[in-house]
Design a binder for this molecule. Structure first.
Ligand code: AMP
Ligand code: GLY
Length: 423
């Protein structure tokens, strides 16, 4: 079996290492992959948004199965294009990926099907949005409609902030075309939980819950990033809350997508907030989260490839999706300065790891001499699985501390909030 994975970050590295456990897979190709992934897969320099290039490559290289991991190719119809030439895929079709691709779509879906979420208004016109801003409740959250690299959300504390946010999204188009419509929504409070779920459109199999750390600096200070670390499971997500989410959020979402003629198959990511009025959806993603995947997949005891094929075939009800009882922690080692300006190109030394640890490489390349050098803001995730969260955190930091590159930066408090919640 020759499997192709579209994408090239830490999430894709984690997916590839999990797939490799299946003995039926003889070769894994990553498009484009990265310098670290090259140790586990054949990397081919075709970008994840180059749908024609991906299809052409798959056709001429006898690919048996494809995993499309990032949001862009999913929203652009990569799965539709590959399946139209007979290559089975893991990932939603474009008409279902819209659940992430358009916040207006997802908010309207939740309203129509009574799925708990923040109250909201949609505006396509700047003047109308500005008028609403004069009397809306404060704080308020302003979101660009389309994909914005996870940055299209502005939390506004004053009316002046709201006006500035609307102008920068709708007039200055700081998030590009994704800002032609905005959602203005109620500011919610409570712990955040990420739940990734496998679904074939018939059944939902939630994975172990996790907690992201989005801010760049310790104590959740500094700018929003793509994620500086994760832990799983998330201690706020009790069995009782999980049951509520299944009944009020997960199943209704799958059924709503079916009712709309947009059956979702793949990994559906529920970004939840546990508010005083119960769990509510903050966002849907049409894919595995990054860096959530880096703590979730190491805890998966069942075979990932078997699950992915069952999702494609519509037979998920027949396969096991079992997670271990332990805990996992991922500490992201970034280039100092990220998410602002930073330098890259520094040689990296990665530590040897045991089978309960991993180094998932996100932003790195092989230079002309074949040396692994840094190549991005988030360089890698250092991961450990242990019986307890406390042990997982300290082991992940041991791995992270033994990674070497010149301008390494990491948060020092990944998992501390989760530990405090547990105790
Ligand atoms: P998103 O890109 O939708 O995940 O939003 C980024 C972050 O903004 C979330 O992880 C939350 O911390 C915050 N956020 C988004 N929507 C809300 C909301 N309605 N109330 C409070 N915080 C929010
Ligand atoms: N970690 C958040 C995301 O993948 O969007």
């Amino acid at each position: 079996m020759k499997v192709m994975v579209v994408g090239g970050g830490g999430r894709e590295h984690a997916i590839i290492q999990s797939l490799k456990k299946n003995p039926e897979i003889t070769e894994i190709v990553a498009l484009p992959g990265n310098g670290g992934i090259a140790a586990d897969a054949t990397c081919v320099n075709i970008g994840a948004k180059d749908i024609d290039g991906i299809v052409e490559y798959a056709k001429s290289n006898a690919i048996d199965f494809t995993v499309v991991a990032p949001d862009d190719p999913l929203v652009l119809g990569c799965v539709d294009a590959l399946e139209s030439i007979g290559i089975p895929c893991f990932g939603p079709h474009a008409n279902a990926a819209i659940i992430e691709g358009s916040k207006v779509f997802s908010k309207n879906l939740m309203k129509k099907y009574n799925i708990p979420t923040a109250a909201y208004e949609v505006f396509e016109d700047l003047e109308a949005a500005l008028a609403y801003a004069e009397a809306c409740p404060i704080p308020i959250v302003v979101k660009a409609d389309g994909l914005a690299l996870g940055k299209g959300v502005l939390i506004c504390e004053t009316r002046e902030d709201v006006r500035a946010a609307l102008r920068s999204i709708m007039e200055d188009k700081i998030f590009g075309a994704s800002g032609s419509s905005v959602v203005m929504e109620e500011f919610l409070t409570g712990p955040e939980v990420s739940v990734l779920a496998f679904t074939d459109g018939k059944v939902v199999r939630p994975m172990v819950s996790s907690m992201d750390h989005k801010r760049a600096r310790d104590n959740d200070e500094g700018l929003n990033t793509g994620g500086m670390g994760t832990v799983a499971p998330n201690p706020y997500y009790t069995k009782e809350i999980a049951d509520t989410c299944m009944k009020e959020i997960f199943l209704p979402t799958i059924e709503a997508m079916n009712a709309e003629g947009r059956t979702f198959k793949g990994c559906l990511y529920f970004g939840l907030m546990l508010t005083p009025n119960g769990p509510k959806v903050i966002e849907y993603n049409c894919r595995f989260g990054d860096p959530e995947t880096q703590v979730v997949l190491p805890l998966l005891q069942s075979d990932l490839f078997t699950i992915m094929r069952a999702v494609h075939d519509g037979t998920l009800a027949d396969v096991d999706v079992v997670f271990g009882d332990g805990a996992a922690c991922c500490v992201v080692c970034a280039s100092d300065g990220y998410p602002g300006k930073y330098e890259t190109g520094f040689p990296m030394t990665l530590p040897a790891v045991t089978d309960t640890e991993a180094v998932y490489v996100a932003g790195a390349k092989l230079n002309e001499n074949g040396v692994l050098v840094t190549g991005g803001g988030r360089v890698l995730g250092a991961v450990a699985v242990r019986d307890t969260l406390e042990e997982a955190i300290s082991a992940a930091y041991e791995v992270a501390d033994s990674v070497q590159f010149a301008n390494k930066y990491m948060r020092r408090d990944i998992g501390q909030r989760a530990l405090a919640a547990k105790n």
